[in-house]
Design a protein around this ligand. Structure first.
Ligand code: NAP
Ligand code: MG
Length: 404
């Protein structure tokens, strides 16, 4: 065991809940520890540990990512009322991902993992499409209300010196009978848009893929236009030469045109999406590429901190089967790729070519296992391979290890 690959800086390892917690331990035992002297700073975000620490552990994990630079996270339960009862929680703790994202101020990039025999619904999509979603503002931080018949809705801006700027939104029709309606106020900030733009441009350079951005600036000539202008300014001032060096492009187009082009494309680009567009498009892209269990996700902060995870949740239904002693066939690919993504980033930052090569080899072993016809139930259901066989959760990991 002395010839195992060594690490310099520890990875921030963030453990989680349910089926993904089971998979987490198996991935380490079967695919990582036999080959690497794994060095991690371990944080347990399993719900019972969040309860024990009053959720302090979540903040500590995020702070550790700031200290060490790279983290890898298991899926975690975001408690709702049922979970509060199930785990006897003293509080309905907030989403750990939300807490971590707020501390790191990052952008989330989601990319599908392509495997032989798993054919996208859009057959021309030969390369992954990475969705970058702006995670601040717009309708997700809105103020809205119903308006009654005869109500006048105005936009009022009050400056620090007290001066007011008033704009009419709409005067609703008089006298009852369906003449009321709805009103909504939304905002965004230059700083948040700028940090989103920088995160997208850095990621495009990192992964050597073209960057697309779309908004509706023909209709919304100030609000939507502001996004376009900030992207343009930052690109011209900071990234234009770097993009040319790497041989990639940045292009802006109307959001509806971007959708049409994406469908016609062969993939292989980063699509920067406004908050709502990203919410909608990431579900479409995940589904079109085959399975939510084949999606990776990385949070990139403007300061250059990285947190890798699977895009799916804790796969609760499978966990209950596992806990009842029944066999499961849960897909571990996105969890494995979260680890390889984090190891590759660590290898890059610490100049450890052996570690990077191992991570690449592990990804290949996993994909070749699926390509050879051995896969979990979710993929078995959609694979076009003639000689396919469904493997159990652990059995799949062991098959990948044998290949490795
Ligand atoms: P989920 O865990 O993603 O699972 C939804 C369904 O998708 C599963 O029941 C399963 O379908 C299928 N699926 C997802 N991942 C799979 C995998 N790796 N292998 C095979 N099938 C997979 O979402 P959820 O059930 O809505 O949420 C469960 C818990 O996860 C919740 O407590 C939620 O708070 C949490 N969550 C955490 C994160 C995160 O930490 N990033 C993200 C989302 C949700 P079948 O049951 O039909 O096989
Ligand atoms: Mg969504």
């Amino acid at each position: 065991m002395n010839d195992r690959i060594k690490m310099h800086t520890p990875l921030v390892e963030i453990d989680g809940d349910e089926m993904t917690r089971i998979i987490w331990a198996w991935v380490k035992e079967i695919l990582l520890c036999p080959f690497i002297e794994l060095k991690t700073e371990y944080f347990d975000l399993g719900l019972s540990e969040r309860e024990r620490t009053g959720d302090r552990v979540t903040t500590e994990a995020a702070e550790a990512i700031k200290e060490f630079g790279v983290g890898v996270k298991c899926a975690t339960i975001t408690p709702n009322e049922e979970r509060v009862k199930e785990y006897g929680l003293s509080e309905m703790y907030k989403s750990p991902n939300g807490t971590i994202r707020a501390i790191l101020d990052g952008t989330v990039f989601r990319a599908p993992i392509l495997a032989k025999g798993i054919v996208p619904y859009i057959p021309t999509w030969e390369k992954p499409i990475t969705i970058a979603r702006h995670a601040y503002g717009d309708i997700y931080r809105n103020t809205e209300c119903l308006a009654g018949a005869g109500d006048k809705a105005e936009l009022v801006l009050t400056s620090p010196d007290g001066t007011e700027k008033r704009m009419l939104i709409h005067t609703f029709g008089e006298s009852g009978g369906g003449n009321g309606g709805i009103v909504q106020g939304i905002h965004n900030t230059d700083a948040s848009i700028a940090s989103f733009a920088r995160a997208c441009m850095n990621y495009a350079i990192d992964t050597k893929q073209d960057l697309w951005f779309g908004a509706k600036d023909t209709i919304s000539k100030t609000y939507e236009r502001r996004f376009r202008d900030i992207f343009d300014e930052i690109f011209a001032a900071v990234y234009k030469e770097k993009f040319a060096e790497v041989g990639i492009t940045y292009s802006y187009t109307l959001i509806d045109d971007a959708v049409a082009r994406a469908i016609r494309s062969d993939g292989g680009f980063v699509w920067a999406c406004r908050n709502y567009d990203g919410d909608v498009m990431s579900d479409m892209v995940a589904t079109a590429f085959g399975s939510l269990a084949m999606m990776t996700s990385v949070l990139v902060s403007p300061q250059g901190y990285y947190e890798y995870e699977a895009a799916h949740g804790t796969v609760q239904r499978h966990f209950y089967k596992h806990a009842a002693g029944e066999p499961t066939s849960t897909n571990s690919v996105a969890t494995v790729f979260a680890w390889t993504g984090a190891l590759k980033k660590r290898a890059e930052l610490d100049s450890l070519p052996d570690l990077a090569a191992f991570a690449e080899a592990l990804e290949r072993a996993v994909l070749d296992t699926i390509g050879s016809g051995v896969m979990t139930g979710d993929l078995y259901a959609i694979s076009t391979l003639p000689d396919k066989r469904q493997a159990g959760t652990k059995e799949f990991l062991e098959a990948a290890a044998a290949r490795l």
